[in-house]
Design a protein around this ligand. Structure first.
Ligand SMILES: Cc1ncc(COP(=O)(O)O)c(C=O)c1O
Length: 434
């Protein structure tokens, strides 16, 4: 069994690993009840009782707000649309700069663009991989209006320092909590650490409703504006007597009653699935700690990580092989996740390519063909999206970081043992990979 599978040997395991699944009988029943009611969405895009949606949406919002301790929870049809609502609600205007991390899902960075905001990339922290406070500080200019802080991979962003910076410079903090439902910092839930937070309920997240999202805030005015943007604000403003029309061009970001009914069941499962995930992390880490070239995820003091993925560092010099080769060799030892063959991350070298390298930024083409909104950046801003602007992210992406999902709650003892065996086998035979 010592010949590596990537070199033609027998893999550690050939039958599929359990896929992650949280949908069960509760969700099925809840959906059936909504179907039986015949009312799959109760929204109306005008001011009145149904502007706020139907009973399932409203119940989800109440339960979400109670669970996370947020004054307002506003259901939307994705985290992407929630982020757009948040950017619109805080009043981002064309030409405003919004500081963003390059290591995140693209939606975080696209949201400012929708309102003509200009994303300015700050580097990430080499330990938690979340946006780095020192790097943010260097990027603040008189044009900066907001910071997008992402709780990346399940670790809460550095809220004490970043919020203080924001306060000092009069900036809004929008927290992208898509990957961290249930994470905490000093007893406060992630999602509720900034001025406004956004969760995702897409299929790949800890809990899901197929697609969906929830915006949370303690600020009454922001909540009001998010609700307007969610549901045709332009048609509602008059009836509701809204005076401030900035960014109220509305969308249809409404969640259906079916999704809301599923999301309510899922929310009740969140604590349990997070606890099981954490147990698996501990079990796996006890073994991975014996591989000297692997550095396990760091958890900052006072933080509770929820491990959307288990993101580790690999020391190429110590191992004597490239990270990509190591990761490919581990992947070859292990089968796909059942029912998720072409989906999600089994194990991967790095995360997304640093987002400033997307063609959109390289060619500065977002809306129309004339470079809007980048063209609004004054010459003294020296706007650049060149390779090298976030060296920590680039190093992580090209050489150091790998992540995997072998910690999900349905992985049992033998599954974890197989994963451990795969890592150990590759480590012990790494010279064969040279
Ligand atoms: C950090 C982050 N932000 C935003 C999103 C977008 O979420 P959604 O698919 O719900 O729009 C994701 C989804 O992968 C994400 O990981």
């Amino acid at each position: 069994m010592s010949k590596l599978a990537i070199l033609g040997g027998t893999p550690v395991r050939s039958h599929p690993l359990p896929g992650y699944r949280t949908i069960g009988a509760e969700e099925q029943l809840a959906v059936e009840q909504v179907l039986a009611s015949g009312a799959l969405s109760r929204y109306l895009g005008c001011w009145g009782e149904m502007f706020m949606g139907g009973p399932q949406v409203r119940a989800l919002e109440e339960e979400w707000s109670a669970h996370f301790g947020a004054r307002h929870a506003i259901a939307v049809n994705s985290c992407t649309s929630g982020l757009m609502c948040a950017i619109g609600a805080v009043g981002i205007e064309p030409g405003d700069e919004v500081i963003v991390p390059p290591y995140t899902m693209s939606a975080t960075v696209m949201a400012p663009l929708i309102y003509g905001g200009i994303p300015i990339f700050a580097d990430v922290c080499p330990q938690t991989f979340c946006i780095d406070a020192e790097s943010i500080q260097k990027k603040i200019t008189p044009r900066t209006k907001a910071i997008m802080a992402v709780d990346l991979f399940g670790h809460p962003y550095n809220a004490p320092i970043i919020n203080a910076l924001a306060q000092k410079h009069g900036l809004r903090v929008i927290e992208d909590c898509a990957q961290a439902p249930g994470a905490r910092l000093h007893q406060r839930y992630a999602g509720c650490l900034g001025d406004v937070g956004v969760f995702s309920l897409n299929y790949h997240k800890h809990i899901h409703s197929g697609e969906g999202g929830v915006v949370v805030t303690d600020d009454d005015d922001l909540a009001d504006r998010v609700r307007l943007i969610r549901n045709h604000g332009e048609s509602v403003a008059e009836g509701k007597g809204v005076k401030n029309l900035v960014n109220l061009v509305g969308f249809n970001f409404r969640m259906t009653e079916i999704e809301a009914a599923i999301a309510r069941c899922q929310l009740r499962k969140l604590d349990n699935v997070n606890a099981l995930r954490l147990e698996n992390v501990h079990k796996l880490e006890r073994a991975l700690a014996n591989i000297p070239a692997i550095t396990l995820p760091v958890v900052h003091q006072g933080a509770q990580h929820v491990y959307y993925v288990h993101a580790c560092l690999f020391d190429e010099q110590m191992a004597g092989i490239h990270r990509n080769r190591f990761v490919a060799a581990v992947a070859a030892e292990l089968p796909v996740f059942q029912g998720r063959e072409a989906e999600g991350v089994k194990i991967s070298s790095g995360y997304v390519r640093p987002l400033y390298l997307l063609p959109l930024f390289q060619q500065r083409i977002a809306f129309g063909s004339q470079g809007f909104p980048f063209s609004l950046s004054p010459p003294e801003a020296q706007l650049t999206y060149a390779k090298g602007i976030c060296p920590v992210t680039e190093q992580l992406h090209e050489h150091k970081l790998f992540l995997h999902e072998f910690i999900h709650p349905l992985m049992e003892e033998q599954d974890l043992l197989d994963v451990i065996h795969a890592f150990e086998k590759v480590w012990e035979n790494r010279k064969d990979l040279l």
